[in-house]
Design a binder for this molecule. Structure first.
Ligand SMILES: NC(=O)c1ccc[n+]([C@@H]2O[C@H](COP(=O)([O-])OP(=O)(O)OC[C@H]3O[C@@H](n4cnc5c(N)ncnc54)[C@H](O)[C@@H]3O)[C@@H](O)[C@H]2O)c1
Length: 365
């Protein structure tokens, strides 16, 4: 894809940026871009054992980033941090991210995602350390099943959740309708996982608070992010790396439902660039910004690409399903192009090859 012609001028280094969850997959990928743009970058991260094999600074975190190890739910951590750090911009990434896991561990998800956010906001106010902008990495999970179009009359509707009864009888789609791309301006939020509900709560809490205190809330709703750097030990997220590991071991990749579940797989490089742009873009507004590759791909196609790369047997359909998963999800990225001057650059083929080469390199090393 070509470069957009509306990219805002880079304003250059600009004060202090605080990144919660800054040692994770997305935080690490953003770190060089933020260091180039801000005088000081501080990452607050508890190096959660589900994501970090060892509680050490990630090797790929930009050396200019100051890492503070601490939990966003702990007010004492915030007090110590804000005694030293006066953020101009906050990027709030810290979260529990397991969609399926969140059904069984809802309190844990609510604590980090909702209470962690409110602790941060209370601490910023307590320390009179209001930033000018807070960028939140929200999720397409806030949409749940999103909006669908009736084939009979073309009308849009929100079909709601595929309940346990619907899934038990193997009804995957909503009969007589086709899904449409997710766009904040037209798709109503209706989460079908506890994770999605906590991400929507984060958005609402942040917006209500920020708009009361002259702080700009900038909310990005990310589709399925994948690529080099994603945790290889977290069993609850990262379907693309899981597929790579299965195919590399010579196994046939199992496909849930009928294999025709659609997702928007967006490469980490594109996502990091969007989030860095969101820290300084002029007036992006308060409407959430959808970030994806802007293309729907079936899970079967992604699995076939990975199987072909490794010479593994063809993927197979299992008919199993997972509560909390939605049938189809992909983004309309037109709004992101307009307000961030950002456009996705990587195709699925390019991304899969980058991910597979990264996994191969790590396992050799
Ligand atoms: N990766 C995706 O596909 C995706 C999609 C949509 C939204 N998001 C959102 O992007 C953000 C970052 O996701 P990621 O993929 O980098 O996840 P990640 O798990 O790799 O990173 C999250 C980081 O937060 C840290 N963390 C977790 N709980 C914490 C706590 N209580 N206190 C301090 N730090 C804590 C972890 O140690 C980790 O380093 C999350 O808010 C997630 O909801 C991610």
């Amino acid at each position: 894809m070509s470069e957009p012609d509306v990219r805002p001028a880079d304003p250059g280094p600009d004060g202090t940026c605080l990144v919660t969850g800054g040692a994770g997959f997305i935080g690490t990928a953003m770190s060089a871009g933020l260091s180039a743009r801000f005088d000081r970058v501080v990452a607050l991260d508890n190096l959660h054992p589900q994501i970090h094999a060892t509680p050490e600074r990630p090797a790929d975190l930009d050396p200019a980033v100051q890492l503070v190890v601490g939990d966003v739910t702990d007010p004492a951590v915030w007090d110590a941090l804000l005694d030293d750090v006066r953020p101009d911009v906050v990027v709030h990434l810290a979260a529990e991210t397991g969609t399926g896991q969140s059904l069984a561990e809802s309190t844990r998800h609510a604590m980090t995602n909702v209470v962690g956010t409110t602790q941060m906001l209370d601490a910023l106010l307590r320390h009179s350390a209001l930033p000018r902008r807070i960028v939140l990495s929200s999720s397409r999970a806030v949409y749940g099943e999103g909006a669908w179009r009736r084939t009979a009359d073309g009308g849009l509707f929100h079909p709601g959740q595929r309940t346990a009864e619907i899934l038990e009888r193997g009804q995957w789609d909503f009969p007589g309708a086709e899904p449409v791309a997710m766009a904040a301006a037209t798709t109503a939020p209706a989460p079908v996982s506890v994770y999605g509900a906590t991400k929507l709560a984060q958005e609402s809490v942040l917006s209500a608070w920020a708009l009361s205190f002259h702080v700009e809330p900038v909310i990005l709703r990310l589709q399925n992010v994948y690529g080099p750097g994603q945790s290889l030990i977290n069993p609850y997220t990262g379907i693309m790396s899981l597929f790579c590991r299965l195919a590399k071991a010579g196994e046939s990749i199992p496909l849930y439902e009928d294999g025709q579940v659609r997702r928007d797989f967006v490469l980490i490089d594109d996502v990091a660039r969007a989030l860095v742009a969101a820290t300084t873009a002029g007036s992006p507004g308060t409407v959430p910004i959808d970030i994806g590759a802007g293309e729907d791909q079936t899970i079967a196609r992604a699995a076939e690409l990975i199987a072909a790369y490794y010479g593994a047997p063809a993927p197979h359909v299992t008919g199993q399903y997972r509560q909390g998963d939605v049938r189809h999800a992909w983004a309309d990225v037109g709004h992101a192009e307009r307000v961030l001057g950002w456009t996705p650059e990587y195709s699925l083929e390019q991304g899969v090859h980058r991910l597979a080469r990264w996994i191969d390199g790590r396992e050799k090393g």
